[in-house]
Write a protein that binds this ligand. Structure first.
Ligand code: DUC
Ligand code: ZN
Ligand code: ZN
Length: 461
């Protein structure tokens, strides 16, 4: 009789389309059998009675070991990957940022050396910051080599590209089955306000948000969509934060254009009000796009429910409050942009989404795992619980109560933007390719156990 490596008994299996009671047996890191009651022998048996079995989270927007704003992110691939595991994420896709003069192959190589000790599976998007004819020529082979998605920044000195470059990248990606994603904010609007505020002594963290108004995101989103429409290319908008940008995406999808978008938990549960916290505290929330006035939250939730937004990722980009965010005490423009979130995504989205009746359990699985896996060429190896898929499974206790606090998290950073927020529902164990990598709030995996994922062509959903 076959001896399985692992048997998970008595859980409620959640996929993007179903919720049902079942046991799962694993062999060689893959789901081998699913049945209402499996009477098989296994080396390890886990009792998941009363718990959900969710597909391992797929976070397609992380920044680990990334130089940015004169410093380097606090989390590297080991600490970020371990924190992800404890939060129920088993796969990440990180952004390899092209340095000036680097080829795409060099960019990938330099990021692969950073990722060598990642404890969970990982893929890379290439963020193209220095486009030229040689880079364009390299895009098709980059797609074919398992790196089919690119990111282009429409803002940030040193990273941004002009519309002509964006259009060319969209065209080449489309011709070779790749996908371009954009950070959509209007550079000139931000530059104007930033300089005006600095001139007039408006230097506190909240002016970061006020210098990047929702209309600047809406405008850039609309422009990117039109450029994609012009060359008939698919487009993915990262970290969409506000109603103005959302309207553009919804209208494009209504028109039948292959436009997809993600939002992040911070835009669903935090708001501009956080910048008004006393002293320099607002710096904890300095990220781009910034947190928005509360009125933007309900439309984002509705879009998740309706399907106008397909993914919830984190944009995890951690900088310590002391020693890094501090760089901008005298001027908001010097605060490194970014906030942690790799570990809290599932708990925050479940509690405020499923728990509050805003999205269904199946939608939760779709937004956190299935859809990102499909869009970024990882499905069905990742993103679902099915026979033949990788045995990446989160045991999630819907009744577990936690108060989010830096003290319960594993992110290598001195704060969490969600400090003090109560949640109901928490990942209590995480299994990656059949191995327990987090258990009862402890990381049980190992450095370097993550595998590089060479991805297939993106799906349009
Ligand atoms: N936004 C951030 O907040 N940080 C890093 C990059 C980005 O786009
Ligand atoms: Zn961005
Ligand atoms: Zn980002």
């Amino acid at each position: 009789m076959t001896e399985y490596d692992l048997l998970i008994k008595g859980g409620k299996i959640v996929t993007a389309s179903e919720v049902y009671d079942g046991d799962v047996a694993v062999i060689d890191g893959k789901v081998a059998l699913i049945g209402r009651t499996l009477d098989v022998s296994a080396c390890q048996v886990i009792d998941a009675g009363g718990k959900y079995l969710l597909p391992g989270g797929v976070d397609v927007h992380t920044h680990l070991d990334m130089p940015f704003g004169g410093t380097v992110t606090a989390d590297n691939f080991f600490t970020g990957g371990a924190a992800a595991a404890c939060g129920g994420t088993t796969t990440i896709v990180d952004f390899a940022i092209q340095g000036k003069g680097q080829t795409l192959a060099q960019t990938i190589d330099s990021w692969l050396s950073k990722a060598a000790d990642c404890p969970i599976d990982y893929g890379l998007h290439v963020a193209v910051t220095d486009m030229n004819e040689a880079v364009i020529a390299e895009m098709p082979e980059t797609i074919a080599a398992g790196f089919p998605s690119f990111k282009l920044f429409m803002t940030y000195d040193g990273l941004r590209v002009n519309d002509d470059v964006l259009m060319k990248a969209l065209l080449i990606a489309k011709q070779h089955g790749g996908l371009v994603s954009v950070h959509a904010e209007n550079y000139y609007v931000i530059d104007y306000y930033t300089k005006e505020f600095q001139k007039t002594g408006k230097i506190e963290p909240k002016y970061h948000a006020l210098s990047r108004p929702p209309l600047a995101e809406g405008e850039a989103t609309a422009r990117a969509i039109r450029l994609a429409k012009l060359v008939e290319a698919p487009l993915y908008i990262v970290h969409l934060s506000c109603e103005d940008a959302l309207r553009e995406v919804a209208r494009a999808r209504e028109e039948g254009l292959p436009v997809m978008a993600e939002t992040c938990p911070q835009y669903l549960v935090l708001s501009y009000d956080n910048y008004e916290e006393p002293g320099f505290n607002g710096a904890k929330y300095v990220m781009s796009p910034p947190l928005r006035p509360k009125e933007n939250q309900a439309p984002l939730w509705q879009a998740l429910k309706r399907g106008d937004l397909q993914v919830v990722a984190t944009d995890h980009c951690s900088f310590n409050f002391k020693g890094q965010k501090d760089l901008g005490r005298e001027f908001f423009g010097k605060i490194p942009n970014g906030a942690p979130g790799i570990e809290t995504r599932l708990a925050v989205l479940y509690s405020s989404g499923v728990g509050q009746g805003r999205i269904s359990l199946q939608q939760f699985a779709a937004l956190t795992a299935t859809n990102p896996a499909k869009i970024f060429g990882l499905y069905p190896q990742k993103g679902t619980i099915a026979v033949g898929s990788d045995a990446d499974i989160v045991i999630f206790d819907p009744a577990a109560k936690r108060i989010i606090s830096k003290d319960i998290l594993h992110e290598n950073v001195d704060y969490t933007a969600y400090e003090g927020i109560p949640v109901t529902g928490y990942p209590v164990a995480t299994i990656a390719r059949g191995k327990l990598i987090a258990d009862g709030g402890k990381f049980t995996g190992a450095a370097g156990n993550g595998k590089l994922l060479k991805r297939k062509k993106p799906q349009i959903i």
